[in-house]
Design a protein around this ligand. Structure first.
Ligand SMILES: Cc1cc2nc3c(=O)[nH]c(=O)nc-3n(C[C@H](O)[C@H](O)[C@H](O)COP(=O)(O)O)c2cc1C
Length: 188
């Protein structure tokens, strides 16, 4: 059975820099024979976790929104490539809302444990907080017990908009996808 890599874009902009980057990242994975899937937060509505505690005793979240389908996508993925715009030096609120809601999967058997994850951040400035943003995404991965991949040299994909003309940034994105695929290949 082929392994599935899911791209998650935390940008509210449809066809923005993050979505274009996730497209590129997934096309590289597809060329290598991986199945891919996408979660684009520009198209989905995910409310923040309210710490109601329901998921402590049942694999259930009382918030009725697009997260229901996402749980299934996350559980059935072998790896994630997560990209976020840098908003005030960290990830977007849209992505943070998704991350917080995944506590349900952690409380019900660490269902994301052992999956592979890599991160990308896109900013409007060269040094706008991409590394910190990647670090925050990596924290989500570590707290789920995932295996975190960088770009073989540093932390992940670090890009400045418009991403198409950021050659250095595009290389870190490609290297991050390659690192995720190489890590997955060890489990084949
Ligand atoms: C509320 C807000 C805060 C932002 N803060 C930062 C920042 O701290 N550092 C930075 O480099 N860019 C910042 N930007 C620019 C965005 O990171 C940039 O427009 C985004 O990565 C573009 O991605 P997209 O085209 O996928 O939306 C900010 C943009 C917004 C709307």
């Amino acid at each position: 059975m082929s392994m599935k890599i899911t791209g998650i874009s935390g940008s509210p902009n449809a066809r923005g820099n993050n979505e274009r980057i996730i497209e590129l990242a997934l096309s590289i994975a597809e060329e290598k024979g991986y199945e891919t899937d996408k979660i684009l937060l520009s198209k989905l509505k995910i409310l923040p976790c309210t710490d109601c505690g329901t998921c402590r005793t049942a694999k259930e979240c009382p918030i009725d929104d697009d997260m229901t389908d996402i749980y299934e996508k996350l559980e059935t993925s072998d790896a994630f490539i997560v990209t976020s715009p840098v908003f005030f030096g960290s990830m977007s609120a849209q992505l943070k809302a998704l991350f917080d809601r995944t506590i349900l999967l952690r409380r019900n058997g660490f269902l994301l444990k052992g999956k592979v994850g890599g991160a990308i951040a896109v900013g409007g400035s060269r040094n706008g907080g991409q590394e910190f943003t990647i670090n925050a995404i990596h924290s989500w991965m570590h707290i789920h017990g995932m295996l975190v991949a960088g770009d073989m040299a540093h932390f992940g994909g670090i890009a400045v908009k418009p991403v198409e003309s950021d050659e250095v940034g595009l290389k870190t994105v490609k290297d991050t996808v390659n690192m995720i695929c190489e890590t997955l290949a060890r489990f084949k």
